[in-house]
Design a protein around this ligand. Structure first.
Ligand SMILES: Cc1cc2nc3c(=O)[nH]c(=O)nc-3n(C[C@H](O)[C@H](O)[C@H](O)COP(=O)(O)OP(=O)(O)OC[C@H]3O[C@@H](n4cnc5c(N)ncnc54)[C@H](O)[C@@H]3O)c2cc1C
Length: 370
């Protein structure tokens, strides 16, 4: 077991795993430890609907969406068995919003007006004065399954310490052997020394170990609810995004049901407090929202998934150093888009690290400089 490491990644969700992957790709030979107090992928990633919709409200998020879409496409080419599935997508929005829609959807989405039905489950009812657009480039993933696959592949280069919580983070630790670095006190009683640390804690912003370090970001945690609609999807069913309501219907053929995600407005939620499942109020509100688009389906939505996610104060993900020396970097707070933006979050976070330079290759056979 390493006594010290170049980089410790705290949090083994989709963001933490992709950070570890970006580090090993950019600087092979860097020692990386991923720490998770649960098993990897068991946080927000396990509950994720995992929809990637090719859009972004700001230029920065569009850049991140573009990078991430491309990255997932490449991962899927490298391993076609990954649980990432292309999906045909319709966007339903007020006809008058078309110019704004064209701004926020990527060019590669080829947003196209259509007079055809939106193509969701039978019984879907579109709000008045809305227009249907078709959209390319969408996909969805079993995010938990994807994390397991990424972790499996990473284990040859990265140390995974699952079931190991981080209880304290000291960004100013010095000792004679390792010099300056970050000391992580672990639930096992060990102290792990890292030159740099990336915190990818999903919605656990208030963990005592980093609550004070993270507080200046002003990020908050909001509940997210998705109902499971008990109706089997048919071949060729399209996902439908209701742009104005920030809601969507997603067919999940692998699970044999539809999923309906809507915007729950319950803020400052403790992840542990979601463990009891859908509350009576949540169930009524979620079904009420579904009833607006598909009245018949609301009666078939008797279960779902409830958890939470971290939201940045600007509506964009937070990727930044938390201490003056840049040894502790925060990565996340993607506001319900942490799956679809994870590759870009990872890339931007790794940009902030000072990774060991890869060793130069032996000079033999290299032509001398003129
Ligand atoms: C119901 C739902 C639906 C969603 N749908 C979508 C969607 O359609 N599209 C999309 O892009 N996003 C979606 N999201 C958001 C997305 O799932 C999250 O943004 C993303 O999974 C966050 O990944 P993460 O790796 O940052 O966090 P997590 O997956 O939460 O990982 C953080 C990890 O940190 C670990 N940890 C916490 N505290 C400690 C500690 N003290 N020591 C060690 N480890 C610790 C946890 O155990 C956890 O495994 C959804 C989220 C939910 C809840």
């Amino acid at each position: 077991m390493p006594r010290g490491t170049d980089v410790a990644v705290v949090g083994g969700g989709i963001v933490g795993c992709l950070i570890a992957r970006h580090i090993t790709a950019r600087a092979p030979g860097t020692s990386v430890v991923v720490l998770d107090r649960d098993t990897a992928g068991s946080g927000a990633s396990r509950r994720s609907a995992g929809l990637h919709c090719p859009r972004g409200a700001t230029e920065r998020v569009r850049r991140m969406a573009r990078y991430s879409q491309d990255h997932y496409d490449k991962l899927k080419v490298l391993d076609p068995t990954l649980p990432i599935h292309r999906i045909a997508l319709s966007v339903v929005a007020p006809a008058a919003d078309e110019p704004r829609l064209r701004e926020i959807y990527l060019d590669s989405a080829r947003l196209t007006r259509t007079d055809s039905p939106a193509g969701g489950p039978p019984g879907i009812r579109l709000p008045e004065s809305t227009q249907v657009f078709t959209c390319e480039g969408a996909q969805y993933a079993d995010v938990y399954g994807l994390v397991q696959a990424l972790a499996r592949e990473l284990r040859h280069a990265v140390t995974f310490r699952e079931g190991v919580g981080v209880e304290a983070v000291d960004p100013d630790a010095h000792d004679a052997v390792d010099g300056a670095g970050v000391a992580l006190r672990l639930s096992t009683g060990e102290t792990l020394k890292a030159r740099q640390v990336v915190l990818a804690p999903g919605p656990w912003l208030a963990a005592p170990a980093w609550r004070d370090l993270v507080a200046p970001l002003g990020a908050r945690v909001k509940k997210i609810i998705a109902l499971h609609v008990d109706r089997p999807p048919a071949d060729g069913d399209r996902a439908v995004v209701f742009q104005d309501e920030d809601a969507f219907l997603l067919p999940l053929p692998e699970r044999g049901h539809w999923l309906f995600s809507y915007t729950c407005r319950e803020w400052d939620v403790d992840p542990a407090a979601t463990a009891d499942g859908l509350s009576a109020d949540n169930a009524v509100e979620a079904r009420e929202s579904l009833r607006r688009f598909a009245p018949d389906l609301a009666e078939r939505a008797l279960s779902g998934r409830v958890f939470c996610d971290a939201y940045g104060s600007t509506g964009e993900p937070e990727i930044r150093a938390l201490d003056a020396d840049g040894r502790v970097v925060f990565a996340g707070a993607a506001g319900g888009s942490g799956y679809r933006l994870a590759p870009a979050i990872a890339s931007d976070a790794v940009d902030l690290l000072r990774l060991p330079q890869p060793r130069p290759r032996p000079a033999q056979n290299r032509r001398s400089q003129p």
